[in-house]
Write a protein that binds this ligand. Structure first.
Ligand code: ZN
Length: 499
């Protein structure tokens, strides 16, 4: 292509290389780095962050962007790279360096204060930091600019193009039918017994089983690996090197097995991104919400489906003889799909999960807009939990202090989890429409059909389309709550013996 485009591509690729190098160092510090390596690692990461920021805001990048925008480029990949680099360049240059530094400093302090406040279950010890972080994020929103409301500018960082108004409509329509369905399940006479999941599942056997499950759904171990970390995640440097982590508990089957399928779902997306666009937007994931749709689909719609376990349960029983030999498939299937209100988001089931997100979305939007005072957070949290989930936290640690996000100044992040669930259901319904034998394939241990469909329709496009446009192109309609509601009703009613 043109000489300015080549120069531009070189700059953007190098920014991507700096970012993925930092990701690899981050992965190492969560998995293998000895404790005393922390000080060295912090310096290395700080340098990489500084170099990346200098390049993201370089006047030369701004100049070449203007030149390219004025030229007659028609190549789709080039247009995608220019559009998305413009977006990140504008964001990076509009936020004053002094504000970026204050946020970095305050987040470090706030994270520490949050850890202590959570341990003591004392919100008032975190409150002044939350106040400060909110103030800084309002400044970010004002610097970046927005059409609707401040929250939009923050949301845009995680889910480009999404708006608070859209989410409000979506979540408002989801609230009542979901809460009503939860109540029906709670009142059902048939209730799954989850205690079988707390029997003994030796960690060594779990490790082998998890690896095998990731492999059967298509995760390529020549282009990735699985290790152990405190908080599971997926990162890496590109399609050829994807790092998953998980964690094992001897007396709990679910976290490692479904956690691995979840992270492997993220990993399959990363492995499916186009190699020829390595390090640049056309070769990167669309948004956090779309990323989460991939992990939730493999974890829940595949990994917690009856056909999946029709195929693998006999093998699972043989491997975990002591725990499962006397448990019939039906009972196991009910246990892994039990729905019950819990106070903690990360422990929530498929049906309850979005309600936890609605609580957080409504609160953080009110906080940013100044409609909710920081001192009223615990009371507001508890009232919303009671209203939406029917249970009330008895202290701040199991209430408003449970998540790390706000202490990092991440406002606008939570909705991407719920969007992920909604996107996943809508994509999955479209996949089932396009591949009528999909569920039978699962019962024969065949997942290539679904993976191929995701590769063709989602993975290979990188950031070619924004999330909303992608959903519409792939499924034929804009994002809606209906596929999710139909999915949970069809799946969970039989588990609870409802018609
Ligand atoms: Zn995830």
């Amino acid at each position: 292509m043109s000489q300015p485009y080549d120069a531009f591509l070189k700059m953007v690729r190098e920014i991507g290389q700096l970012g993925t190098t930092a990701a690899l160092l981050d992965w190492d510090s969560e998995t293998y780095m000895p404790a005393n390596g922390l000080a060295i690692r912090a310096e290395q990461l700080a340098l990489l962050a500084k170099l990346a920021h200098e390049r993201q805001t370089a006047p030369a990048l701004g100049e070449v962007l203007r030149e390219l925008e004025a030229s007659e480029i028609t190549d789709e990949a080039a247009l995608t790279n220019i559009r998305e680099t413009r977006r990140s360049y504008d964001r990076a240059t509009k936020i004053p360096a002094e504000l970026v530094e204050r946020i970095a400093r305050e987040s470090t302090v706030a994270k520490d204060a949050w850890t202590k406040a959570r341990a003591e279950s004392a919100f008032d010890k975190f409150a002044p930091h939350l106040e400060e972080l909110l103030d800084l994020q309002r400044q970010v929103a004002d610097a970046v600019g927005y059409k609707g409301e401040r929250y939009d500018a923050l949301l845009d960082e995680y889910e480009p193009g999404a708006t608070a108004a859209e989410l409000t409509t979506l979540f408002a329509s989801l609230r009542t039918p979901l809460a009503e369905f939860v109540k029906q399940l709670a009142d059902a006479t048939k209730q799954p017994d989850t205690s079988i999941l707390n029997r003994s599942f030796p960690v060594e056997t779990q490790t082998l089983w998890c690896r095998q499950m990731a492999e059967v759904i298509g995760f390529d171990f020549q282009s990735g690996r699985i290790d152990v970390s405190t908080h599971p995640f997926c990162s890496g440097t590109g399609p050829g090197d994807v790092r998953l982590t998980t964690r094992y508990q001897e007396r709990f089957f679910s976290p490692a097995v479904f956690g691995t399928l979840h992270e492997a779902g993220h990993g399959l997306y990363e492995q499916g991104l186009p190699m020829e666009h390595l390090f640049v937007p056309r070769g990167q994931a669309v948004s956090l919400g779309i990323h989460e749709s991939q992990s939730r689909m493999w974890e829940n719609m595949v990994g917690r489906s009856r056909p999946f376990w029709q195929r693998y349960y006999p093998q699972c029983q043989a491997v975990f003889r002591e725990a499962l030999s006397d448990v019939p498939l039906d009972e196991f299937y009910g246990a892994i799909n039990a729905v019950s209100p819990s106070l903690i988001r990360v422990e929530a089931d498929e049906v309850m999960y979005n309600l936890h997100i609605i609580v957080r979305f409504e609160m953080e939007r009110d906080l940013i807009e100044g409609r909710l005072a920081v001192k009223d957070v615990p009371a507001a949290w508890n009232a919303k939990m009671t209203d939406l989930l029917g249970i009330t936290p008895t202290n701040d640690a199991e209430g408003c202090l449970q998540d790390i996000h706000w202490s990092m100044g991440a406002f606008g992040y939570f909705p991407t989890y719920a969007l992920g669930n909604l996107y996943a259901a809508q994509f999955f319904a479209a996949a089932r429409r396009d591949l009528p034998n999909l569920m039978q394939d699962f019962s024969q241990g065949k997942f290539g059909g679904l993976l191929g469909w995701l590769r063709t329709n989602i993975h290979q496009h990188g950031q070619r389309y924004r999330a909303g446009e992608l959903v519409e192109r792939v499924t034929g309609s804009p994002l809606s709550i209906e596929p999710f509601l139909s999915y949970v009703r069809a799946k969970f009613s039989p588990v609870y013996g409802l018609a």
